[in-house]
Design a protein around this ligand. Structure first.
Ligand SMILES: [Zn+2]
Length: 265
């Protein structure tokens, strides 16, 4: 853990959503009722931002009004004490293929098409009830370009369907054709797809684990925890659903990610 943090301190860390150097500003326009709803669903309320589709929490997760009005709950898988895989709503109707496409402002940039194919390959390498394929346009999950101080953002499933949009702030990510860049971008996109199919951040109990800084428990849990048999007793560095990522980092599914995907799908 300490070693991990020491290593982290040496590299530039960026939250999947917010760049780390962006000051947290309490938005006074967000009502106490909304903050109470956010809290009830187990998310921290220290950095809630109003966005077009709803409210942005934990740097890259969009909570829609529909989600906030739904009953809190979901699956909750725990690894050690600081990492957990938690879902809110799952995608139903499995086995099911999920199509994904890049908007032209993304597909025209070097490395983006290869990275999205890598995302499909990573998920398809797991024998789960979901398969993924890349289509030229439209599809179940559409990746669009955005402008803002983030890397990417997405939301959770509703009505048994994946969240249908990932916003990618390509200017903050860059472009390129090196395997390092393509794997870095694929890691970001696979993380957002993780949200679209219901995954929360694995380190939400202590975001300092991947983001550095002091520990901030991002939300109270109101549902029971399920320890995944056979997983390590200590935190497992490198989960694809950690909240923060260093520039150029690659996080293919690790052992616990694979178990969580298998258990949930
Ligand atoms: Zn995230």
């Amino acid at each position: 853990m300490r070693k991990m943090l020491a290593i982290c301190a040496l590299i530039t860390l960026t939250i999947m959503g917010c760049k780390k150097d962006v000051a947290v500003v309490e938005d006074e326009s967000i009502s106490q009722d909304i903050l109470a709803q956010v809290h009830q669903h187990g998310f921290g309320t220290s950095d809630v931002k109003k966005v077009e589709e709803g409210y942005l929490v934990e740097g890259d997760i969009i909570l829609t009004p529909e989600f906030l009005n739904s009953k809190p709950g979901g699956n909750f898988l725990r690894i050690a004490n600081e990492e957990q895989y938690r879902t809110t709503n799952l995608v139903t109707g499995t086995p099911r293929n999920i199509t994904m496409s890049l908007h032209s402002k993304l597909s025209s940039q070097a490395g983006y098409s290869q990275a999205l194919q890598e995302v499909a390959d990573r998920y398809n390498a797991e024998t789960i009830g979901l398969t993924f394929s890349v289509v030229a346009s439209g599809g179940t999950i559409q990746f669009v370009n955005g402008n803002g101080p983030y890397l990417a953002s997405a939301g959770f499933p509703s009505g048994g369907n994946p969240y249908n949009k990932v916003t990618v702030y390509s200017r903050n990510i860059g472009k390129g054709t090196t395997p390092t860049f393509i794997n870095y971008l694929a890691t970001i996109l696979a993380h957002e797809v993780g949200h679209c199919i219901g995954f929360r951040h694995t380190d939400y109990m202590n975001r300092a684990y991947s983001c550095g800084g002091s520990a901030t428990n991002e939300g109270a849990s109101t549902v029971g925890a399920v320890h995944i048999a056979g997983t390590p007793t200590g935190p497992d560095a490198g989960s694809f659903m950690l909240a923060c990522i260093g520039s150029g980092q690659n996080r293919p599914f690790n052992t616990n990610d694979k178990i969580a995907l298998d258990v949930l799908y």
